[in-house]
Design a protein around this ligand. Structure first.
Ligand code: SF4
Length: 115
C-alpha cells in the first residue's frame, strides 16, 4: 500500500494536485512554490482565517483576519475565542485585535476601519 499523500496547492489559482512520497519528494507541482506548501501541508497544515468580531454600540460586526497562516487544527479554537470578543471603536485598518493568538506568533487584525 502506498503512503503517498495527495495535496492540492492553494498558493495560486492553478491548484496543482501534488503527491508527497514517504521520503518527502514532491511531484505534480507546476512551479517551485508548490514544494514548501506541500511539505508544510503534510507536516502541519496551515490556513488563513477570516472572521468577524462584535463592535460595541453597532450592529455591524468588524471583519478580522489572521496576519499570516495559522495551524489548521487551531482554527476552531480561534473562532470560539473571536465569538467572545467585543471591541470598542475607533479601530484602525490592520489594527491588532488579538496579539500572538494562542502563542502562535500570529495576530488577529482588523480588515476594516471603524471611526
Ligand atoms: S505548484 Fe505553483 S503553479 Fe501549481 S498551484 Fe502551486 S503555486 Fe500555482
Amino acid at each position: 500500500m502506498s503512503s503517498d499523500k495527495k495535496v492540492t496547492c492553494l498558493v495560486c489559482p492553478r491548484g496543482c494536485i501534488m503527491t508527497v512520497s514517504s521520503d518527502l519528494k514532491v511531484s505534480g507541482n507546476f512551479c517551485a512554490r508548490g514544494v514548501p506548501y506541500a511539505l508544510q501541508e503534510v507536516k502541519e497544515p496551515k490556513r488563513n482565517l477570516t472572521y468577524v468580531v462584535q463592535v460595541e454600540g453597532r450592529e455591524a460586526p468588524l471583519p478580522v483576519r489572521t496576519d499570516s497562516m495559522i495551524a489548521k487544527h487551531l482554527i476552531p479554537d480561534v473562532v470560539k475565542l473571536l465569538r467572545t470578543v467585543t471591541i470598542k471603536p475607533p479601530v484602525a485598518f490592520n489594527a491588532i485585535i488579538i496579539a500572538n493568538v494562542f502563542d502562535t506568533g500570529v495576530n488577529i487584525i482588523s480588515s476594516a476601519e471603524i471611526k
